[in-house]
Ligand binder design. Sequence first.
Ligand SMILES: NC(=O)c1ccc[n+]([C@@H]2O[C@H](COP(=O)([O-])OP(=O)(O)OC[C@H]3O[C@@H](n4cnc5c(N)ncnc54)[C@H](OP(=O)(O)O)[C@@H]3O)[C@@H](O)[C@H]2O)c1
Length: 313
Amino acid sequence: MSNLMKAVQINSFGDRNVLMLNDIAIPTPADNEILIKVKSASVNPVDWKIREGYLQPMLNHLLPLTLGWDVSGEVAAIGKNVDNLKVGDAVYSRPDITKNGSYAEYQTVAADEAAIKPNSLTWQEAAGVPLAALTAWQSLYEFAKLEAGERALIHAGSGAVGQFAIQLAKLRGAYVYTTTSSRNTELVKSLGADQTIDYNKEDFSELKDIDVVFDTIGGDTQANSWKTLKKGGRLVSVTENPDHAIATKHGVSASFCFVQPNREQLEKLAELADAGKLKVNIDSEFTLDQVAEAHDRSETGRAQGKIIINVSA
Ligand SMILES: NC(=O)c1ccc[n+]([C@@H]2O[C@H](COP(=O)([O-])OP(=O)(O)OC[C@H]3O[C@@H](n4cnc5c(N)ncnc54)[C@H](OP(=O)(O)O)[C@@H]3O)[C@@H](O)[C@H]2O)c1
């Protein structure tokens, strides 16, 4: 095979025009890494936030950088210390976001950041799971420690993270309220939401005695969420570091979750998907030479599920 591959990279920060489809060398896996022949990648809002340079103070990326941190594909090669995966395995991953991403024909990933892909999901569906579902898992199960019988308010239930959050909260045995626009009411109910609040017409801040708020919006949404919590309640945000002084004033706790790679959690998510307990909704599909259009779609803030980049699927 040629030692070159196609990859969508940036060499400066900015709008969609900084995206370039380049021919670059296929990377070689380090001792602890696998080389994935990418079938599908998915787009997350963090991709265009990184493209714009918003996260540079935190992530300090070196350029050129290949974007995209959600992948499904086949193991094409393994490093000499890898013993949990072999060439030919079908895998999926949310890899280390400080390294080159998945908008490419091949990607190297640490072997402990990848798991066997859920059998029952297509390459596209599998690529849509890792980043958004791990975010929901870590926010609800690890940060908020959501328990059976608790009342959870999940903001933006129709978003990629929100859709997994509704399903994981229901699997935990919680009662789920979610904010959504009316066009997405049936969608979030189909995922298990018990009560929907149309954020264009109703005031979610009138809710009371919520145990856990999952904030996927920030700004006024976070500000108006505090008073819905009961004393001792927990707010976890993935968009904006909550103000701990405000949390204390309301007698609640607050945390910020920045999703981390996690093989064991990917394995559990795969089990749920294969048991028919985790649905993946695809909003739209693009190809590697249409990443700018895929970013446009994500930046509308109106996606109803995952935005997929088909690489070789
Ligand atoms: N910290 C982390 O590790 C982490 C990880 C993943 C994501 N995030 C962040 O979490 C946010 C959500 O990510 P995502 O992938 O779920 O985004 P997404 O899929 O692009 O979210 C789009 C959805 O948000 C809904 N929405 C927009 N404004 C709303 C509002 N005011 N109230 C309720 N719903 C609203 C839209 O529904 P309507 O069209 O019905 O309005 C749409 O379905 C992003 O800011 C992302 O960067 C952070």
